[in-house]
Design a protein around this ligand. Structure first.
Ligand SMILES: NC(=O)C1=CN([C@@H]2O[C@H](COP(=O)(O)OP(=O)(O)OC[C@H]3O[C@@H](n4cnc5c(N)ncnc54)[C@H](OP(=O)(O)O)[C@@H]3O)[C@@H](O)[C@H]2O)[C@@H](O)CC1
Ligand SMILES: Nc1ncnc2c1ncn2[C@@H]1O[C@H](COP(=O)(O)OP(=O)(O)O)[C@@H](O)[C@H]1O
Ligand SMILES: [Mg+2]
Length: 284
C-alpha cells in the first residue's frame, strides 16, 4: 500500500454564492437506542458542524423524542415506523449507522447496504456486520470506523486483532487487510492514537489528536464529521482522512482550552468550527 500521509489533505470545494442546502447533502444517521440517545445526537450535531445541508436522525421510537430534544436543527424519525424509515433512507444522499444503536436493530444494516449510498458504519453497525458475517456485502462507498475492539470482532482472528494495537506498520497492515476483505475498496479507519486510514491500495496515518480524546463519545463525533464530509462530495478515503485530521485538531484545541483531563466529547463538537477554519487553505 502506498503511504499518502505526506500528500496534501483533500479539500472541500468553496460554496458558490447561489448554493442551497440541497447542494450539501441530506444525511440520515441511524442509532441512539434508549440509554444511548446522546451518542447519535453528538454524531448529528457534528455532522451539521461539518457542513452537511440537512441532517435527520433515525432512532427507536422510545428514544427519538429524547434525541430531538438535544437540538432543534436536525430532524428525527422513528426507526420502527417502517414506511417513514424507508422514505428517509430513500431521500438520504449519505447514511451513517451505528452509534448507540444497540443489538436489537441488526436487520437495518442489510437495508442500508442495499441502498448503495455513501455510508459510514461505526459502533453497533460494525457489531451487526460481524454478527451477520456480512463483510462481503460492504460496498465501495462505505467507510468502516472500528476501534481495536470492534476491529477484533470484525476479523475474528486473534493475531490480526493484536496488530490493531501494534506499531504503525502493524496497524497499517491490519487496516489494509480489513479494507481488502470488505467490499474490496471503500475505506477503513482504524481508531486510536495515530489513526490509520486505508483503502487497500493506499494508506495515511493521522498525526492530530491527543489522549484527552480517550473519552466516551469522541468516536460518535468522528462518525458525524465523516458523514458530513461525504455529504459535501468527498469520497470514502478522502472523507475519512480529512475527517480524522479535523477531528484531531478539534481535540487539540479542546485540550489547549480545557486540558486533557477535563475535555469531553461535546467539547470536540464546540471546537469543530475552529478546526475547519484552520484548514490550509481555508475552504471559504
Ligand atoms: N453517550 C453515549 O450514548 C455513548 C454511547 N456509546 C455507544 O456505546 C456502545 C458501545 O460502544 P463501546 O465502544 O463503548 O463498547 P465496545 O465496542 O464494547 O468497546 C469496548 C471494547 O473495545 C476495546 N477498545 C476500545 N478502544 C480501544 C483502543 N483504542 N485500544 C484497544 N482496545 C480498545 C475495549 O478494550 P478494553 O476496555 O478491554 O481495554 C473493549 O474491549 C456503542 O453503541 C457506542 O456508540 C459510546 O460511543 C460512548 C458514548
Ligand atoms: N490516545 C489517543 N490519541 C488520539 N486520539 C484518540 C486517543 N484515544 C482515542 N482517540 C480517538 O477518539 C475516538 C474514540 O472513538 P471510540 O472508541 O469509537 O469512542 P466512542 O465510541 O466512545 O465514541 C477515536 O477517533 C480515536 O482515534
Ligand atoms: Mg465508538
Amino acid at each position: 500500500m502506498k503511504d499518502v500521509s505526506q500528500e496534501p489533505l483533500p479539500l472541500l470545494a468553496g460554496r458558490g454564492a447561489e448554493s442551497h442546502k440541497g447542494d450539501f447533502g441530506r444525511v440520515l444517521l441511524i442509532g441512539g437506542a434508549p440509554g444511548m440517545a446522546g451518542s447519535i445526537a453528538m454524531s448529528a450535531l457534528s455532522c451539521l458542524r461539518s457542513g452537511a445541508g440537512l441532517v435527520t436522525v433515525a432512532a427507536p421510537a422510545a428514544s427519538a423524542p429524547v434525541v430531538a430534544s438535544f437540538c432543534p436543527v436536525y430532524m428525527t424519525v422513528a426507526i420502527g415506523k417502517a414506511e417513514d424509515f424507508r422514505e428517509s433512507l430513500e431521500a438520504a444522499t449519505v447514511v451513517a449507522i451505528g452509534p448507540g444503536l444497540g443489538e436489537n436493530w441488526d436487520t437495518l444494516l442489510p437495508l442500508v447496504l442495499a441502498a448503495n449510498k455513501p455510508t459510514v458504519i461505526d459502533a453497533d453497525g460494525l457489531n451487526a456486520l460481524a454478527r451477520g458475517s456480512m463483510l462481503e456485502n460492504v460496498h465501495a462507498r462505505c467507510v468502516l470506523t472500528p476501534h481495536p475492539g470492534e476491529y477484533g470482532r470484525l476479523v475474528g482472528d486473534a493475531s490480526l486483532a493484536a496488530k490493531a494495537t501494534g506499531d504503525d506498520a502493524e496497524r497499517v497492515e491490519a487496516a489494509g487487510v480489513l479494507a481488502r476483505r470488505s467490499g474490496a475498496s471503500g475505506a477503513v479507519l482504524l481508531k486510536g492514537a495515530r489513526t490509520v486510514v486505508a483503502d487497500g491500495e493506499r494508506h495515511a496515518i493521522n498525526k492530530t489528536g491527543n489522549p484527552g480524546m480517550a473519552t466516551g463519545g469522541s468516536g460518535d463525533v468522528l462518525t458525524g464529521v465523516i458523514a458530513g464530509l461525504m455529504a459535501q462530495g468527498l469520497g470514502p478515503f478522502d472523507a475519512a482522512r480529512l475527517g480524522a485530521h479535523v477531528h484531531g485538531v478539534a481535540g487539540d484545541l479542546a485540550a489547549a482550552r480545557l486540558g486533557q483531563i477535563s475535555m469531553i466529547a461535546t467539547d470536540l463538537i464546540d471546537e469543530l468550527p475552529h478546526a475547519f477554519q484552520r484548514l490550509d487553505p481555508t475552504p471559504f
